[in-house]
Design a protein around this ligand. Structure first.
Ligand code: DAH
Length: 469
């Protein structure tokens, strides 16, 4: 735990696949330096796992486009939270390469945290990576707050994680981070700000009421303890302000969706919005929570949050014990997919005008699919090289995903492990992956798919020395 898909989720290729292949060659090997956003970095053969196709996403800025579902959502949340008392400084232009210190150490991630592994994270070299979450900028933004009239900040940015391939996962997605500070012990300001927030929340529920079906106590001494430098009333008020702020966010976003469903005369539109608070763990907050919303028959994780650890504030240069506050991190893409009824996450990255012309600033509208192009399935079954089972060299599922993604780009809809076994006689392990090639924009030919599949198989053999069955 500690890094969720807040948690989270998460191309556009009308070019012929062949050309795409050439553009997507992996970065390691021949080229010793990589350029990202105009800055050159040394590569490191034991760390570098970022590919050109991933780097090509670093200047897309979907969250900056206020006529794109991700940008519309970012804009709605930013406006709502700042409409209350206008204390948040927005940061929407941070570049995605950060140091391992910023992404992990500054936030107290232990050395052995799985989030640091090369199978989960895109490394440029040993010291630089593509941020895996917007929390990587917290310390920097807290530093800025010391000399600013603002009392908090809202960051939005693209974040990068190596992951599986399916309709809801993409290696690049977007998060929004928020934080707000008070002087330690200034209960009067905290109480005043809480009243203002409670009023804003009440006023926002004109059409649909929020209904809390289970709450997490502010402090659970055993499992979600407070930090010793804060008193119980300080924590309770800070947490109340945090919870009301996120409830306001949920209320704003889902009420707008519900209103738009009503306008479209959709049947069975919910009349109330159920949500719950659950305790959580993040290395840089204590206590910590998550808020989940009941939507179309399931609990949807919206956001992780908590009371900022004193150590993070100290790293940003605040005097010991001088400051207290909260932080949250919310995944934008998955919520955008639900609000705008987008069935495949690749659509968020399309350049197709039939997608883009459907969306308007500050408006939630349901996406109308323009066509469905047939998919084409190919399986690849192979034996892993002997002696690698259970060892560090054993091929990781995300490595397979990366090869397919780097070869086929946006022409791959999903990759699934459909069979895995160890032959008891030879002790050799076999894996079988099913790849569905499908484009959001056009029909792809069998010839093209065969070429892509051949390339995937070739790269599996070259890089991981597998034996095709
Ligand atoms: N960075 C976390 C993630 O990627 C989300 C998060 C949780 C951000 C708690 C926060 C926080 O600022 O306080 O899942």
């Amino acid at each position: 735990m500690g890094i969720t898909r807040a948690g989270v989720f998460r191309c556009r290729c009308i070019q012929p696949a062949r050309l795409f292949l050439r553009l997507n060659s992996s970065v390691s090997g021949a080229s010793k330096r990589i350029k990202v956003d105009g800055v050159e970095y040394n590569t490191d053969p034991t760390f570098t796992n970022v590919t050109k196709s991933i780097i090509s996403h670093t200047n897309k800025g979907l969250h900056l486009n206020d006529q794109h579902p991700v940008g519309i959502l970012r804009d709605l949340i930013e406006r709502k939270l700042n409409s209350v008392d206008n204390v948040f400084m927005p940061y929407n232009n941070f570049k995605p390469v950060v140091t391992t210190w910023e992404n992990f150490d500054s936030l107290g991630f232990p050395a052995n945290h799985p989030g640091r592994s090369k199978s989960d994270t895109y490394y440029i070299n040993q010291d630089h990576l593509l941020r895996t979450h917007t929390s990587a900028h917290e310390v920097q933004c807290f530093q800025d707050l010391q000399t600013s009239k603002h009392k908090g900040f809202l960051i939005s940015a693209d974040v990068y994680r190596r992951d599986e391939i399916d309709r809801t996962h993409y290696p690049v997605f977007h998060q929004m981070e928020g934080a707000r500070l008070w002087e330690h012990g200034d209960l009067d300001s905290l109480k005043r700000d809480l009243e203002v927030m409670e009023k804003a929340l009440k006023e926002n529920q004109t059409h649909t009421k929020l209904l809390c079906v289970s709450d997490a106590p502010a402090i659970d001494p055993e499992e979600n303890p407070k930090q010793s430098y804060m008193t119980a009333p300080e924590v309770e008020l800070t947490v109340a302000h945090l919870k009301r702020s996120l409830e306001l966010t949920v209320s704003e976003v889902f009420n707008r969706k519900i209103e738009s469903l009503r306008e479209m005369k959709v049947a069975n539109v919910p009349t109330e919005l159920k949500y719950r608070w659950v305790k959580a763990y993040f290395p840089w907050t204590a206590p910590s929570y998550e808020i989940e919303v009941w939507w179309q028959g399931e609990w949807l994780e919206i956001c992780g949050c908590g009371v900022i650890k004193q150590d993070v504030l100290n790293k940003a240069g605040f005097k010991l014990d001088s400051t207290m506050g909260w932080a949250f991190g919310l995944g934008l893409d998955r919520i955008a997919m639900i609000l705008f009824e987008i069935p495949d996450i690749r659509l968020l990255w399309t350049a197709d005008e039939r997608f883009h012309r459907q969306f308007k600033r500050q408006t939630i509208t349901a996406f109308k699919p323009y066509s469905k192009h047939p998919g084409s399935i190919r399986d690849v079954a192979f034996w892993l090289p002997e002696g690698t089972i259970g060892q560090e060299e054993e091929i990781h599922e995300n490595d397979i995903m990366e090869i397919v993604r780097d070869t086929a780009g946006s022409l791959v809809e999903s990759v699934k492990l459909i069979d895995s076994f160890v032959d008891p006689k030879t002790n050799k392990k076999s894996l079988c992956y099913r790849i569905n090639y499908q484009s959001m924009e056009r029909n792809i030919t069998n010839l093209e798919v065969n070429d892509l599949q051949k390339e995937v198989v070739g790269r599996l053999i070259d890089k991981y020395h597998v034996t095709i069955r």
